[in-house]
Design a protein around this ligand. Structure first.
Ligand code: FNR
Length: 380
């Protein structure tokens, strides 16, 4: 009601409450280069469309007369109580959206009580982001560097900076064919954006012939060579277990056999995700992959979900399909681009308010009572 009450004095929200409108507004404000990088996806965009279609095809079947006057959005994720089943996804290079970049997004998450996942490819060193968050819940996303010393150093720094969970992204051993970026010949990393965690890292610096400031181009090329490692296989996960004593979540899992392999390797969770459609063009819509992963490992691992979440009812559907919580990516990046920290808070508040209403109007006092029986699937 806050929005309607403010409206009585003539005030309307600064940003639209339909978050699907944010992309277009951000492009008008910031121009096509940065927005192309954020909005863009792999190939002809079919996977990003499949993400929306997979959620859209599933329809909620509301229940009536079930006492929903008091509601509680809280859930337990990775052994910790969260006030709501939502976290901010790791999104790199946020300085292309706003000068306050990751710190503004992290402050917004902290203010709204949702975990912030900091990308390895952050525009800001992880210690600064941690400081901006106080003791609020934060997770660290790892692009697994080729150089094990840099990997170990990242994990040591993240632990010291108070990141609780490690989210290891497996779907990006290299960047995909992304026509919007290719056509503009625009890749933020080559401009030194998204390299701050690396350039500030002692183990990374030790691998350079000259200090970053003396030869920034060589530092960028060193980053490109070690950013990720396509040669990794499942047994390599032991390295992570040895160097991280908190929960480890594998991001980018779509196949149930990979989810089983994650459980067998002693991981704590998976994020069912296709990177927002940015990696494999023609891949399965993430929500279509979710039920099989939940069936395979739902009793052994914490299953999280992202790729295509734009509304509160999208969150409802992902939870009904068995996810414990969802991550949201592009919408908060646009919120940041349009209005800094306040824009990110707007996105979080809209999603949670709409989720709360969707739950209530569908007959649920909280996320824990939702299940597959609350959805029907329209034929494709
Ligand atoms: C991402 N994503 C991502 N994932 C990751 O693990 N590390 C990263 O650094 C990034 N960087 C990144 C940049 C940009 C601009 C986007 C849009 C996405 C993927 C992200 O975590 C998440 O999987 C998707 O964004 C989810 O899909 P939606 O919510 O954007 O549809």
């Amino acid at each position: 009601y806050e929005i309607y009450l403010n409206g009585m004095t003539g005030a309307v929200p600064r940003l639209p409450t339909d978050l699907t409108r944010l992309e277009e507004l951000t492009e008008r404000r910031l121009g096509p280069g940065p927005v192309g990088y954020v909005a863009g996806s792999a190939g002809d965009g079919s996977t990003a469309r499949a993400n929306r279609a997979a959620l859209g095809r599933r329809r909620i079947v509301p229940r009536m007369l079930r006492d929903v006057h008091e509601r509680d959005l809280s859930v337990e994720v990775l052994g910790r109580a969260l006030p709501a089943p939502l976290a901010l996804a790791p999104v790199g290079v946020l300085s292309i959206m706003h000068p306050d970049a990751e710190c503004a997004a992290a402050r917004a998450a902290a203010a709204q009580g949702v975990p912030f996942t900091l990308s390895s490819a952050s525009s800001t060193p992880m210690e600064q982001v941690a400081e901006a968050m106080g003791d609020a819940e934060r997770w660290f996303q790892l692009y697994w560097p080729k150089d094990p010393e840099v990997g170990r150093s990242f994990l040591t720094r993240a632990k010291a900076a108070g990141f609780t969970a490690l989210v290891v992204t497996l779907d990006t051993p290299m960047l995909a064919w992304r026509p919007r970026d290719l056509d503009q010949a625009y890749l933020p990393f080559l401009h030194g954006v998204g390299t701050a965690n690396y350039f500030s890292d002692p183990a990374f610096q030790a691998g350079l012939a000259k200090p970053v400031l003396e030869d920034p181009n060589a530092a960028v090329m060193h980053f490109v060579g070690m950013f990720s490692d396509p040669a990794k296989t499942w047994p390599d996960l032991a390295f992570l277990r040895e160097n991280w004593d908190g929960p480890i979540v594998l991001k980018g899992i779509l196949h149930p056999d990979d989810a089983r392999a994650a459980a067998d390797a002693g991981m704590d969770g998976v994020v069912v995700s296709n990177h927002g459609g940015r990696q494999v063009a023609g891949s399965v819509g993430a929500a279509d992959a979710l039920p099989r992963v939940v069936e395979a490992v739902g009793d052994r691992l914490t299953v999280l979900f992202d790729s295509g979440i734009r509304t509160g009812d999208d969150i409802f559907k992902a939870l009904a399909l068995g996810a414990k919580a969802v991550l949201v990516g592009r919408p908060y990046a646009y919120g940041l681009g349009l209005d800094g920290q306040a824009g990110v808070e707007h996105v979080i508040r809209c999603l949670l308010a709409e989720l709360d209403l969707t739950l209530a109007l569908s007959g649920h006092a909280g996320p824990t009572t939702i299940g597959p029986a609350d959805l029907v699937e329209e034929s494709a």
